[in-house]
Design a protein around this ligand. Sequence first.
Ligand code: A3P
Length: 289
Amino acid sequence: YLSDPWLGLHGWYLGTSTCNEWQRIQSFQARPDDLLICTYPKAGTTWIQEIVDMIQQDGDLEKCKRAPVHHRHPFIEWARPPQPSGVEQAEAMPSPRTLKTHLPVKLLPPSFWEQKCKFLYVARNAKDCMVSYYHFQRMSKVVPDPGPWHEYFEMFMAGKVGWGPWHDHVKGWWKVKDMHCVLFLFYEDMKKDPKCEIQKVAQFLGKNLDQELLEKIVYHTSFDVMKDNPMANRSGIPVSIMDQSISPFMRKGTVGDWKNHFTVAQNERFEDDYEKKMAGTNLTFCMEL
Ligand code: A3P
């Protein structure tokens, strides 16, 4: 594994390895019964993956521990030869498949729309995403080093981070949510009322959860339990790839940690810029609980 620099592609930043496989990713063949988990990085991908898996496996913990959660659902744009790419893993998988992507609407392989797949999008407020992404880039050795916080802040504001600008990502998915079969969830709602949000996911997947099963899923997918679960906390990943002594993957799992990072001046700049970039959308975020 070598650090994978971000490259510009169609106006978005993606890892070099993804860009190298771009044609194969774009020609990916979705199937009508695919479920695609979609997120901007650090929005709670691992969390929603564990929730979906628990629902699909009817709460069977043994089945949910069959592999680390980030390996259970092929990551469409993942490509690091000689290992099988996300596309190859998905192709080898029986239906119905649950897949994962961080791609923005504009870069999604077209067959997902053509096949009228189900999409489960989780959005997290930009400030907490930025903070979480910064710490992730500090500890992950396969993505660029983020440099000092004040420099990372500028990079994120300029959208020069992997999977591009947060604003365009969330706005893009918000815009298509009523035209396609999209369940649009918020990380902050999942924190505030996990029971209610997990029920929404179950309904979307056509499953009925009784009270006991619902409570089991809420417990098993809570931050503290996932942090201690080796199948969720990425503890099996070698230090040469993720050095969790720098920052753990399951870091804080809270809403509002940005307040411990943003200076007053940074917050003012961020808010100014945010207002411009989010003008004209009715998409709103909760930034603290
Ligand atoms: P923090 O760095 O703010 O703690 P992703 O899986 O998309 O990479 O997102 C990782 C972020 O989700 C991290 O945020 C991580 O702690 C948080 N997270 C993971 N599991 C969670 C859970 N069960 N509850 C709340 N947050 C969770």
